[in-house]
Design a protein around this ligand. Structure first.
Ligand code: SF4
Ligand code: MG
Length: 321
């Protein structure tokens, strides 16, 4: 069966002006050749440090920003080629949950208005039926109808994220792109929201693209995980494969910094050399070579391709060819 989402060689270069007298244009290579699929009902986690291009990738999947190059297929349609009108119809199939529920909810709107908005925009329901739907949505996310006439600022961070999720669910989407949905929340609240998202996924057969910098958060919710570095996926695998048996030196370094609950398992802490290079002037070859303790001559020259080295486990590194 067909995947719900397939992106092929997705690129996003943002132009930057160097100076009035410089004719050559420079680019920030925010996303530089990303390909993946998301199966119906699964959660693909994308993890990476800030600036790696994961948010830009998420926004391109929803066609909120247009790719410089590449294709985005959603439910069998190439959406980056759709007209505005065609896209408007597709919008209710795919929704976004944002990082900061404080910023993404209008403080002057009541919860009822916030959740009704997508129902009005997409002409889904009105009158009594809409009222009923709002209450139903509030209950689905663990709130109550008596919350409906209160304002977003009256709620805690976790409750606001529940409201954001209710708003995303209102239109019965197939796909939800969640960009750092719990990183503004306390750890105890994080797992409540992740569990809620998992329950809703089961109930409504939702597909998630879950973007975060926190490896434990991504591990909690994902079926498969892709690791991004400087606009590229350097490793992608089933969650357990990736966390138990990482291949790429960058993935190994990231994981070595995550505390393991079981003290009998010893993991050597790998310290990365230097900082993340600028995406406007990325290193040649393997862009990780400036920080990699395993680098070889070839690493500076050739870009390693993402190769499947085990079923469902792909790595972009010259160590594995
Ligand atoms: Fe390190 Fe070379 Fe592999 Fe890049 S390709 S991660 S530099 S060993
Ligand atoms: Mg981001």
């Amino acid at each position: 069966t067909q995947s719900l989402v397939e992106v092929k060689n997705l690129k996003k270069y943002f132009p930057i002006r160097k100076g009035i007298f410089r004719k050559d244009k420079s680019f920030v290579r925010a996303v530089d050749g990303v390909s993946f699929t998301i199966q119906r009902g699964e959660t693909l986690g994308i993890v990476g440090e800030s600036g790696c291009g994961k948010s830009t990738t998420g926004r391109m999947v929803l066609n909120l920003i247009h790719p410089t190059e590449g294709e985005i297929w959603f439910d069998g349609k190439e959406i980056s080629k759709l007209t505005e009108d065609q896209m408007r119809v597709m919008r209710k199939e795919m929704q976004m949950v944002f990082q900061d529920p404080y910023a993404s909810l209008n403080p002057r709107m009541t919860v009822r208005e916030i959740i009704s908005e997508p129902l009005i925009v997409h002409k889904i329901s009105e009158g009594k039926e809409r009222e009923k739907r709002v209450c139903e949505l509030l209950e689905l996310v663990g709130l109550n109808s008596y919350h409906a006439d209160r304002y977003a600022h009256e709620f805690s961070g976790g409750q606001r994220q529940r409201i954001g999720i209710a708003r995303a669910l209102a239109v019965n989407p197939k796909l939800i792109v969640a960009d750092e949905p719990v990183s503004a929340l306390d750890v105890s609240i994080q797992s409540q929201i992740l569990n809620l998202m998992q329950d809703l996924q089961k109930e409504f057969k939702l597909t998630y693209l879950f973007i975060a910098h926190d490896l434990s958060v991504v591990e909690h919710i994902s079926d498969r995980v892709g690791v991004m570095y400087l606009g590229r996926i350097v490793e992608i695998a089933d969650k357990d494969q990736l966390y138990d048996n990482p291949y790429h030196p960058y993935t190994k370094a990231l994981l070595s910094a995550v505390p393991i609950p079981n003290p009998r398992i010893k993991r050597e802490r790998i310290i990365l050399e230097g900082d993340i290079p600028s995406p406007s002037n990325p290193p040649t070859g393997c862009t990780f070579h400036t920080r990699c303790s395993k680098r070889m001559k070839i690493c500076e020259l050739n870009v390693p391709k993402l190769n499947e080295i085990k079923k469902g486990h792909s790595v972009a590194c010259h160590l594995y060819r």
